[in-house]
Structures are given as C-alpha cells and as structure tokens.
Design a protein around this ligand. Structure first.
Ligand code: FMN
Length: 345
C-alpha cells in the first residue's frame, strides 16, 4: 500500500515515537503495566521492569507505610526504572506523595481527577517525572499548563474506573493538543498491532492492565486469573447505574453476581427514596459504599462472584500461562515486525 517512501517515512516516524516513549520511561520497551490495586505490588512491577517494560506500583490501596516497604522491595528486585501510581482520592494522599518525595521515586503517575498543583510541584521539585490521566481535552490542557511531564489517555474499554469515551475517540481528541508532551494510550490494548495504531495516532507508547493481571507474576488469586482467561470481551461491562440521581463512578469489570446485586440494591434504594424513607445523601452513600473492599475480595480472596472482577474489554484476548516478560517481549516483537527494527533508539 502507498509508495515505498511514504510507508518508509511513516515507519521511521513510528520508530521515533516508540524511541521517545522508551527514553521518557528509561526502559527499552515503552509498554507500561498500568497500576492495578492489589495486583501491582513489587513482584509484578519488578518483573515487568526487568523484562524491559515499565512497572508501576499501585499505591491506591496502600497506607503510606506499606508503600515505603513496597518501593524498597521493588528496588531490591530490580535496578530498572518503575513508577508509583497515586490516586488523588487516597485518604492519606499528602502522606503518600511525601513518601514518593522522600524515596526519590523517579516516576509518579497521578490518577483520579485533577491533582493538586502543590503535589505536582512537590514531586517535580524532588526530581520526579509526573504523569497524569487526561480524560477530556480541557483537563489535558490544564495538566500541560501545570507542567506535567506526560499524559495517559485511557478510554472506556479499560478495566477499572472509566470515563465515557472510547480509546480511539479520546486519542484522536487529545493527542493533537499534547504538543511536545509524551502521551501513553490505554484501554483495550492487548496486541502489538493495537500499539502500532496508537503510535500512528501520535502516542509514544501504551499502557496495559488486564493482560498483565492474568500473567504468572501477578499476585492475583488463581480463580481471579482463571476468570480473566475464560472471559470474552463482551463480559467486561460497565457497572450499571440505573438512575441519574445516583452518582456512582463507573467501573468496568466482568459481569458477576455482585453486578446484579448492585442493580437490585439501586432499585431498592430508589424505591425507598421515592417513598420518603431515606435521604438522597444516605442513598448516595450506600450506593458508593457497595463496592468498598470488593476488588480485594476478588483479587486477594478469589471470590469471583461477590468481588469486583475489574477487567477491560481486551480480556477476550487474554491467554493463560503468560509471563510478564513474555507479554513485554511479544508486544515489542509485534511492533518491530510492523515498523521495522529500531536502529536509532
Ligand atoms: C484490576 C484492575 C485494577 C486497577 N487499579 C487501578 C488503580 O489502582 N489505579 C489506576 O490508576 N488505574 C487502575 N487500573 C487501570 C490500569 O492501570 C490500566 O490503565 C487499565 O487496566 C488499562 O486498560 P486495559 O485493562 O484495557 O489494559 C486498574 C485496572 C484493573 C484491571
């Protein structure tokens, strides 16, 4: 297709983007294993980074003391770069940021809403590269103005908390506004061909979660991993919200009994609200509380019916028995087969 020069130029551009992503992360393969609460602990993170990808510790479910220990354990297991993901809703957000500053963490990924400017500044003053999630164009622009070093653009195909817009659309919307700021695309990515498509859109690399959650080094319960391997893409659905009066954050996870119970509970709460038996605040609080502790229940205890089986739509492409290195190397190989070997990066 096309003439030789055109496709050669394109391949060279894609290789240059791939090399930029690698240079930014400080690793040979700009594939990020996105932080996953309860899953992204030192074993998986070190395995991904050792394989040449980029592992990220999930600090969202960790108290600061545990994060200190996890950073030390990751550093003991690999000399390669890795990151720490901090959710702005963390009940001890400032302390967790302070841990990253104190430990001189080189890459901090801030998730869950617009992060406080003071946190970005403190991390950058400590020498960290700060990456943030950009869910819409105005937020991307604000983050760039606030001095973030990179963006993650994550579409609604992703596992975990999601926005309403698909990966392809969000990437098309945000990438043209990123300028010199490197962008990693996430959500439903599971193959090298999809990574190349993201490079074509202007990304410098990709972030994957679900495929890594099922790999050998993932500490998730075997029943959780088996559920991922069994599932098809259409099983990974967004948690139902049956009425606009309930403002719950949508989460993509495999459909199970907990999802049905969540729907039934919303119906009961709204009926009680209509009868004037409960306040709107109480209804909201109970709906929000429903999922508390459920991811842990699935990932750690293997309760695949009552827990939250967070997974992206790429789950249909997840195979059993992969290792972190197998995933990183096969993605790198598939990318190289399409864009050609990189000689400059
Ligand atoms: C089980 C699970 C837990 C997750 N936990 C977090 C988290 O704590 N913080 C975060 O920023 N993203 C979290 N994510 C999102 C991932 O980091 C990643 O961006 C996402 O999984 C990418 O989409 P994919 O699953 O389609 O590959 C989670 C995803 C999964 C599947």
């Amino acid at each position: 297709m096309g003439n030789g020069n055109g496709s050669g130029d394109l391949a060279a551009r894609l290789r240059a983007r791939w090399a930029r992503g690698a240079a930014f992360l400080g690793c040979p393969v700009p594939i990020v294993c996105g932080a996953m609460s309860w899953v992204s602990t030192h074993g998986l993170v070190a395995a991904v980074s050792e394989a040449g990808g980029f592992g990220v510790l999930a600090a969202s479910a960790m108290p600061p003391e545990e994060l200190v220990a996890e950073i030390a354990a990751t550093r003991a297991a690999t000399a390669r770069p890795f990151g720490v993901n901090v959710v702005t809703l963390h009940p001890r957000f400032d302390e967790v940021v302070a841990v990253c500053v104190e430990a001189r963490v080189e890459h901090v990924i801030l998730a869950g809403g617009l992060p406080p400017a003071a946190a970005i500044r403190a991390l950058k003053d400590a020498g960290a590269k700060v990456t943030c999630f950009a869910p819409v164009v105005p937020v991307a622009k604000r983050l760039i103005r606030a001095g973030v070093d990179a963006l993650v653009v994550e579409g609604s195909e992703a596992g975990g908390h999601v926005g309403p817009t698909s990966t392809l659309v969000l990437a098309q919307e945000i990438l043209p506004h990123a300028g010199e700021v490197p962008v990693f695309v996430a959500g439903g990515i599971a193959t090298g061909a999809a990574v190349v498509a993201c490079l074509e859109l202007g990304a410098v690399g990709c972030q994957l979660g679900t495929r890594f959650a099922a790999c050998a080094e993932s500490p998730a319960h075997p029943d959780f991993k088996a559920a991922l391997v069994r599932a098809q893409s259409r099983d990974a659905v967004i948690s139902p919200r049956i009425d606009p009066r309930l403002k719950t954050i949508p989460v993509r996870a495999l459909h199970n009994r907990a999802m049905d119970a969540f729907t039934a509970m919303q119906r009961e709460l709204l009926d009680a609200l209509d009868r004037g038996e409960v306040s709107a605040e109480a209804v909201q609080e109970r709906a929000e509380h429903f999922w508390a502790g459920r991811l842990r229940r699935a990932v750690v205890n293997g309760d695949v019916e009552e827990g939250s089986l967070m997974a992206g739509q790429g789950v249909g492409l997840v195979k059993g028995g992969e290792t972190a290195a197998g995933i990183v190397h096969s993605l790198a190989r598939e990318v190289e087969e399409i864009v050609g070997e990189s000689h400059g990066g």
